[in-house]
Ligand binder design. Structure first.
Ligand code: GNR
Ligand code: NI
Length: 176
């Protein structure tokens, strides 16, 4: 297994739309294992393939307390079951150090393939629903900062670019 590099906003590769996966094979399962390793190490509760520069419709997540419930979704499709807006303070491994309120439908249904290529269907509420929608957004090139005001987004973008330049000069990274 190996740790993958997570792209950070405003990297334009985060804006690519991921393609459907046509075959679930051992090579894909190796990628899935690397994504779990990367997600748990970060640590994060979800990771979309787009974030590790793999532009395929694949995401992993684990919203459990004990980090013992890994879930894989290949070619996920989301349907809204309850459009009632639910606000959640979201963060993103590709926008490190920033959290802000994002409002999304409260209850969704997801259809996908599992790591063996078998169809799976699941209803999701709460953090699982938030995370699933956040991850599927990544596959469509969308980030949680896109739901914020232009002003907030610009501020985050400039701070992250400044941090990146500092990193490149070998200085320590400023706090958000
Ligand atoms: O680790 C993560 N935490 C999180 C918290 C609130 C809402 C969404 C998330 S997803 C994020 C990991 C990530 O960036 N996935 O794309
Ligand atoms: Ni994210």
């Amino acid at each position: 297994m190996s740790l993958l590099t997570i792209l950070e906003y405003p990297d334009l590769r985060l804006r690519k739309r991921a393609s459907l996966i046509s075959e679930v094979n051992d090579n894909l399962r190796r990628t899935i294992d690397d994504m779990f390793e990367t997600m748990y190490a970060a640590p994060g509760i979800g990771l979309a393939a787009t974030q590790v520069n793999i532009h395929k419709r694949l995401l992993v997540l684990d919203v459990s307390e004990n980090k013992d419930s890994p879930l894989v979704f290949i070619n996920p499709e989301i349907d809204v079951l309850d459009p009632e807006p639910l606000g959640y303070e979201e963060g993103c491994l590709s926008v490190p150090g920033y959290f802000d309120l994002v409002t999304r439908p409260k209850k969704v249904k997801v259809k996908a393939l599992d790591r063996h290529g078998q169809p799976l269907e699941m209803e999701a509420e709460g953090l699982l629903a938030v995370c699933l929608q956040h991850e599927v957004d990544h596959l469509d090139g969308k980030l949680f900062v896109d739901y914020l005001s232009i002003l907030k987004r610009q501020r985050i973008k400039h701070k992250l670019l400044k941090d990146k330049k500092k990193d490149e000069r070998g200085e320590t990274r400023a706090e958000a």
